[in-house]
Every structure is written in structure tokens, then in C-alpha cells.
Ligand binder design. Structure first.
Ligand code: NDP
Length: 279
């Protein structure tokens, strides 16, 4: 089975649009404010996509674009103003930030109650404690894909490859919360092939084109490929060797069209939830 992220993301967006319509009728338009610093072309594309998605579901979308030379104090000042603004329900600072700015200081300055990405330490703590809070969008999107594919992680051996704050670690927490037996692999893991071979659910979030070989995959496993890598011919590919893995997997996400579309959809879910909580 190919897990169709585009289809699931469209379903999530339609659900969000319905709820936004209802809230708007009651006089509250959920709003996401994106802060972009400098002129990184990839950031510009991502922010455009996020704003378009907001507008399509009827949310208010605001962008603050600051020059690459902006000082940390000025950026923190903007975050403080947004924290106090009642029309801003979600705040997202597009990463990466220029070198003169301490990224974690900026992310920590966002009010946890407006943290659309779910990266604030308070919300990370809430995730590990199993308390409600905005969840990091990419792993939250993976969980929704598993649910839609009818995959229950309970009791399954799940392997997460990657331990970043935005994907690997929160992914492990979410799978653990759903009662999977979770292993986290990383660049120092010995015998990655062996670990992959034991996994009923494999989530690859490495950032290395087709590093996970199809022959390693346990027959019948569910394979979720978070990786987004650009090949020499300009085409996108994942961290898993799709053509070979597809032959062995019970279900697998393609790249593109798997996890990617879910990330923005879950950002909308988070913003909506933050607006509801603010009300
Ligand atoms: P990071 O670079 O922050 O983390 C990569 C992780 O992979 C690290 O934990 C690293 O280990 C591990 N790793 C690197 N090499 C190996 C190896 N040889 N064997 C095992 N583990 C290894 O990346 P992100 O988590 O931010 O992103 C991962 C991928 O997911 C990227 O391709 C990114 O583009 C994609 N992505 C896709 C999104 C989407 O919406 N689809 C959203 C976010 C990311 P160590 O910690 O030891 O260095």
C-alpha cells in the first residue's frame, strides 16, 4: 500500500476549513503570523506555502519580513509584540536565522500559548509528559498518516532514524505515547541494517538520499520516509531506497507526496487549536 500524504493532507485541511468557518461565524478568525529574516530562497518558498495554506482554509495570515542584518533585540521586540497581540494566535519563526541571532533564544521567547511549531521547551516538556500542547508538525503528520492507514503502533517495534528536535525526538515521544516499543537510531548507531530489519514501523528522518536500503526492510513493515533530498538530476527523493523497499514493505510513503504535505496541514491544525484555546 502506498500511503498518500497528499490525499490525507487534503482531508485534514478540509476539516480545518470547516472549523475555521464555524469560528469565524462566531467572530474569531484564527491567525498565524510568520516571521522571516533575510532572503534565504528556500525559506521564502516555505513561508509562501504556509501563508497560502492559511488563506485557503480561511485563516488570517500575516508575514513580518525583516532584513538579514536585523539585531537580536529588535527581533525579540517583535516577538514580544506578537505575544501581546490578541489577533495573533500562532507565531512561527522560519528557520534558519542569520548567524548574529541566537536561534534558541528567539524560539524560547515565543509564548508557549502561541507556539505554532511546538518547539518551545514548555511544549516539548508537555509532549513528553503526555499533556495537551501544540505538537511539532512533521511527526504529528506522521502519526496522522499512520492512523489513516489503519496502523496501530501499540506493541509494535518502531525504529526512528534521526534524533533532531524537530523530527526524530518528538517522533519517538509520539510513538511511545501510542505504546510502540521505540528505538532511536542516529549517526553513531552500530548495525543500522540490523535495527531496520527488526522494525515493524520504520520512520527515516536522516537527510541522506536513499541511505536506507530496501533489502534491510522487514517484510510487511510500515515505512515512513521523512527525508527530502535533492538528487543530482534535480529530482526529490527520500532517505529510503523506495523502489526496493516498496517490494518488501506492507505500506510505504512516497517522496514527494508522503510526509511533506502533512507538515503544513498540521501547522493549520496547531494554529486552530491555539486560537480555540485563546478563546
Ligand atoms: P537533522 O540533520 O537535524 O538530523 C538528521 C539526523 O539523522 C541526526 O540525528 C543524525 O544523527 C542522523 N543521521 C545522520 N547520518 C546518519 C547515519 N549515517 N545513520 C543514522 N543516522 C544518521 O535533520 P532533520 O531531522 O531536520 O531532517 C531529516 C530529514 O527530514 C531531512 O531530509 C529533511 O529535509 C527532512 N524533513 C522533512 C520535512 C517534511 O516536511 N517532509 C520536515 C522536516 C525535515 P546525529 O544526531 O548523530 O548527528
Amino acid at each position: 500500500m502506498i500511503i498518500d500524504g497528499k490525499q490525507v493532507a487534503a482531508k485534514v485541511r478540509a476539516e480545518v476549513a470547516d472549523l475555521v468557518r464555524e469560528m469565524t461565524r462566531q467572530g474569531l478568525v484564527p491567525g498565524l503570523t510568520v516571521v522571516r529574516v533575510g532572503d534565504d530562497p528556500a525559506s521564502a518558498v516555505y513561508v509562501r506555502g504556509k501563508r497560502k495554506a492559511c488563506e485557503e482554509v480561511g485563516m488570517r495570515s500575516v508575514e513580518h519580513h525583516l532584513p538579514a542584518t536585523v539585531g537580536e533585540a529588535e527581533l525579540l521586540g517583535l516577538i514580544a509584540r506578537l505575544n501581546a497581540d490578541p489577533e495573533t494566535h500562532g507565531i512561527l519563526v522560519q528557520l534558519p536565522l542569520p548567524k548574529q541571532i541566537d536561534e534558541s533564544k528567539v524560539l524560547d521567547a515565543i509564548s508557549p500559548a502561541k507556539d505554532a511549531d511546538g518547539f518551545h521547551p514548555v511544549n516539548v516538556g508537555a509532549l513528553w509528559l503526555g499533556k495537551p500542547a501544540p505538537r511539532p508538525c512533521t511527526p504529528a503528520g506522521v502519526m496522522r498518516l499512520l492512523d489513516e492507514a489503519g496502523v496501530d503502533p501499540k506493541g509494535k517495534r518502531a525504529l526512528v532514524i534521526g534524533r533532531s528536535h524537530i523530527v526524530g525526538k518528538p517522533m519517538a515521544a509520539m510513538l511511545l505515547d501510542r505504546h510502540a516499543t521505540v528505538t532511536v537510531a542516529h549517526s553513531r548507531t552500530e548495525d543500522l541494517a540490523g535495527e531496520v530489519g527488526r522494525a515493524d514501523i520504520l520512520v527515516a528522518a536522516i537527510g541522506k538520499a536513499e541511505m536506507v536500503k530496501g533489502a534491510w526492510v522487514k517484510p510487511g513493515a510500515v515505512v515512513i520516509d521523512v527525508g527530502m533530498n535533492r538528487k543530482a538530476d534535480g529530482k526529490l527523493c527520500g532517505d529510503v531506497e523506495f523502489v526496493e523497499a516498496e517490494k518488501r514493505a506492507g505500506a510505504i510513503t512516497p517522496v514527494p507526496g508522503g510526509v511533506g504535505p502533512m507538515t503544513i496541514a498540521m501547522l493549520l491544525v496547531n494554529t486552530l487549536a491555539l486560537a480555540r484555546r485563546a478563546r
